[in-house]
Design a protein around this ligand. Structure first.
Ligand code: GLN
Length: 263
């Protein structure tokens, strides 16, 4: 089958955009190249299983093993959350300040840490995760982006094992309520440990927010991702630890991040 027919067939099954993303990945070309070379031959034996996986609900990023975040190509596996455009809100907030040392708690693919370091060549950072498999993905991403000397990755229970203070702390913890209604793509394929945080989604904030005062340098800031209805609850947890915060909104205008400072 040729590209033209393969695209038409796949578009009927998974939609045009995803058909193009999957086929361009298979052919190791850009989506534009698909249009330029419609007569190129497609190996259906390889393409068909990709479509079948997508039809069962598997996210495109896990099928291709890649997703862009902050314009950086990242490798992703089912061991890590797929980076969301909404999380770029945290990168924007972080880049408004000055920092030399960065900590990313629950780094996953390394997305937040690597995005920030890619913008500040002098800065260095530590990514912590409770999953050794996730740390392997993050290390691979750092190396592939030429940031292998700027970022180190460590196994850890949030910041409990660290004895250093940081100018910038980034954290996208699990914050989804245990009984939240999620799409099949998320609930059945993404790592539950990176998503769910107890009945009200606040369990991990309850553990990590009290660690922040001991991890922040005197003028440091912590930028936390939150669920869109969690700003007040997490600000209250922060206030109890002597931290004051501002709320930042995502592209949809919903509360998405808190910027916390020691009072
Ligand atoms: N924003 C993600 C979602 O709703 C959740 C990410 C997280 O729990 N950190 O799928």
């Amino acid at each position: 089958m040729m590209v033209r027919e393969a695209l038409a067939m796949a578009a009927r099954r998974v939609g045009r955009l995803e058909a193009e993303v999957l086929l361009s990945h298979l052919l190791a070309c850009s989506r534009g190249d698909l249009v330029l070379r419609p007569e190129r031959v497609v190996d259906l034996g390889a393409f068909e299983p990709m479509l079948a996986r997508r039809e069962l609900g598997e996210p495109v990023a896990y099928i291709t093993g890649e997703r862009e975040f902050w314009s950086l190509p990242l490798r992703v596996t089912p061991d890590v959350l797929i980076p969301r455009p909404d999380s770029e809100t945290l990168v924007e907030a972080a880049l408004q300040g000055r920092f030399a040392r960065v900590l990313d708690l629950g780094t996953g693919s390394g997305a937040l840490l690597l995005a920030v370091l890619s913008e500040r060549p002098q800065a260095t950072g530590v990514g912590v995760d409770a999953s050794a498999a996730a740390l392997e993905v993050a290390r691979g991403n750092a190396a592939a982006l030429g940031l292998g000397d700027s970022a180190v990755f460590r196994l850890g229970d949030w910041g409990a094992e660290l004895d250093e203070r940081f100018d910038l702390i980034l954290c996208n913890p699990p914050y989804v309520e245990a009984d939240a209604v999620l799409s099949v793509e998320v609930r059945d394929f993404e790592p539950g440990a990176a998503l769910f945080a107890g009945a009200d989604g606040l369990d991990d904030y309850r553990r990590l927010v009290p660690q922040l005062p001991g991890l922040l340098a005197p003028d440091g800031v912590a930028v936390l991702e939150i669920g869109w209805k969690q700003a007040d609850a997490v600000l209250a947890l922060a206030a109890a630890e002597g931290l004051a915060g501002e709320v930042r909104q995502d592209l949809a205008g919903r509360d998405r991040a808190l910027v916390l400072r020691t009072i």
